[in-house]
Write a protein that binds this ligand. Structure first.
Ligand code: NAP
Length: 284
């Protein structure tokens, strides 16, 4: 494995693919703000190379981010986990102390910060519906459950995955209200939407320019008090519909920013310079 790209780095993001990642420009803006230089790199790790990377990291890095597809695969190498990482079975940030891996997931806290900034919504008491039940939805749903959300509905293409998530949440938090449906079940979707403050679009539908939406937009009709947050970073069909219909909405770029800010603080114990990191992310 070639660790050359990490030669001067103390931090990095790993994944496969990784070329598209904007984390280095965001994190380096944060490190530069504190005069620490440009010390965050990115590295493509193939499946069979994860153990080699781990060995390298233990000796040479101070921390790293983990993205698709390694958020679960990294767990056997971890020495200590935060509650939310343990419960969700997902890790996106590791701090290295004397070769030991201390792990957490900042996806949920990043999403919570974005909901606060855009919609002035607190997680405590929040009623939320997730469209999608993949890794991002799972990490966020566990963070919301751990931090006092009132209800979490999960709609997914494959019902079994939604059921597994909702059942596990309910088992850990018996007072939490839960419900599940298929994304194609417009009647049930409509019911859940009406009983929610926020809909989180957490499927990968919308990533491609010619994508439609993961569910029938009819279920949003009359949902005047609903806010819609799409984890995808761009103007999806869902967001276009919300904008044209006067539904409060935002895309996923601030979740990326705030999860990065939380990782920065987890590593450095310094307040993340969020505006500098935002400029870094935007390439300014
Ligand atoms: P993932 O684990 O692969 O999950 C993908 C989800 O999309 C699953 O619920 C899957 O349903 C659903 N899906 C895929 N194709 C579909 C289709 N044609 N129709 C309906 N549902 C479909 O991915 P992830 O890591 O959770 O990421 C989900 C999205 O969030 C991605 O777009 C990613 O870019 C975005 N994301 C954004 C941030 C941020 O910081 N803003 C952070 C993480 C992720 P099944 O279970 O039925 O397959």
């Amino acid at each position: 494995m070639n660790f050359e790209p990490l030669k001067n780095c103390k931090y990095a993001v790993i994944g496969n693919p990784i070329a598209h990642s904007k984390s280095p420009q965001m994190q380096n803006a944060g490190f530069e703000y504190y005069g620490m230089g440009s010390i965050y790199g990115k590295i493509l790790v193939e499946n069979e190379e994860l153990a080699d990377f781990v060995e390298y990291a233990r000796k040479n890095l101070s921390g790293f981010n983990i993205t698709v597809p390694y958020k679960q695969d990294i767990i056997p190498f971890v020495d200590e986990m935060s509650e939310v990482a343990e419960l969700s079975g997902s890790v996106n940030t590791i701090r290295i102390e004397n070769g030991r891996f201390i792990a957490t997931s900042t996806d949920g806290v990043g999403l919570a910060a974005a909901l606060q900034v855009h919609f002035h919504k607190e997680v405590k008491g929040l009623k939320v519906i997730f469209a999608g039940a993949g890794g991002a939805a799972q990490a966020a749903a566990w963070y919301f459950a751990c931090n006092g959300a009132e209800s979490i509905f999960v709609a997914n293409r494959s019902l079994a995955k939604a059921e597994h998530l909702a059942d596990s949440l309910k088992k850990a938090f018996p007072e939490l209200k839960t419900g599940v449906c298929e994304l194609a079940d417009t009647e049930k979707m409509t019911d859940f939407v009406r009983r929610s403050d926020v809909l989180i679009q957490a499927t990968s539908v919308g990533l491609k320019d010619d994508d439609g939406t993961a569910f029938d937009l009819k279920c949003l009709e009359g949902a005047e008090n609903l806010c819609v947050y799409d984890l995808i970073y761009k103007e999806t069909q869902l967001l276009k519909y919300c904008h044209s219909g006067g539904i409060e909405c935002a895309n996923g770029s601030d979740m990326l920013l705030y999860q990065g800010a939380a990782s920065f603080e987890f590593w450095t114990n310094k307040k993340a310079p969020v505006e500098a990191m935002r400029k870094g992310l935007e390439g300014k």
